[in-house]
Unconditional design. Structure first.
Length: 247
């Protein structure tokens, strides 16, 4: 399987190439790059590339900028990054896998096996993949890193999220609360393609749990469990529009 590695850190490129040669003999590393524009030019002129390992954060072009310039593309894609905050966004690009650095050998082998077992896209599948790129299916669960571990939470169970400085409290319908060391804005980015709306600088709301809107300067939202949340005045009009209520 012809493979390209792109990472702006030369050591990471060399290490991944070494791991592939040592543990994944079916992989042929055709080219490696530490410069995203050079990788872009190569991929544009080598449409038969089958698999690409790509870092996310790079100067000049990050991975998502580069993929937007290449789209639609037919190669299989595996992200490699030191950050887990891009995992949900990676779904939009139909990524096969998402490997966190330092790369675990067993996870790498599993990702390669996944790439080997997935058939190449034919023309019809390619068009369908392009549709999914523009209208990605939202993930059913998100991974939340807590002090004790990682909780995999169904998105449909999240009622609302509230800001507590650099922390965010996530309230679930089962009356459970999860605290994560992420700002509310980061959580909002994770849920951007879901049915969530920022009703206030301190609150991100799952619109599925709205029971009643109470009029006021900004107003309040009553949830299905009776909890009241304030609505910022500058968010009122957009909220009412999303709820299908005339202002």
């Amino acid at each position: 399987m012809t493979t390209v590695i792109l990472d702006d850190e030369p050591y990471c490129v060399e290490l991944l190439a070494h791991l592939l040669r040592q543990h994944c003999p079916a992989i042929e590393v055709a080219a490696t790059f530490t410069d995203a524009p050079q990788a872009l030019q190569y991929l544009q002129t080598h449409p038969n590339t089958e698999l690409v390992f790509m870092d996310v954060e790079m100067p000049l072009l990050n991975a998502f900028d580069l993929l937007n310039l290449l789209h639609p593309f037919t190669f299989k894609l595996i992200f490699t990054t030191a950050y887990d905050k891009y995992a949900v966004r990676a779904i939009k690009y139909n990524a096969l896998d998402y490997l966190l650095k330092p790369i675990d050998i067993e996870e790498l082998k599993a990702a390669v096996q996944k790439a080997e077992s997935r058939p190449a896209l034919n023309v019809l599948q390619f068009k369908e993949a392009a549709k999914q790129y523009h209208n990605p299916a939202p993930p059913e669960k998100i991974a939340l890193h807590t002090q004790s571990g990682i909780d995999f939470v169904p998105v449909a169970d999240i009622m609302f999220c509230s800001s507590d400085g650099s922390y965010t409290e996530i309230m679930l319908r089962q009356k459970e609360k999860i605290v994560v060391s992420k700002a509310l804005k980061e959580i909002e980015e994770l849920l951007t393609i879901q049915n969530f709306f920022r009703i206030h600088h301190s609150y991100l709301l799952n619109l599925a749990f709205v029971k009643r809107y109470i009029k006021g300067s900004g107003g309040e939202i009553q949830l299905t469990n009776g909890v009241l949340l304030p609505v910022a005045r500058n968010r009122k009009s957009e909220l009412l529009e999303k709820l299908g209520i005339a202002g």
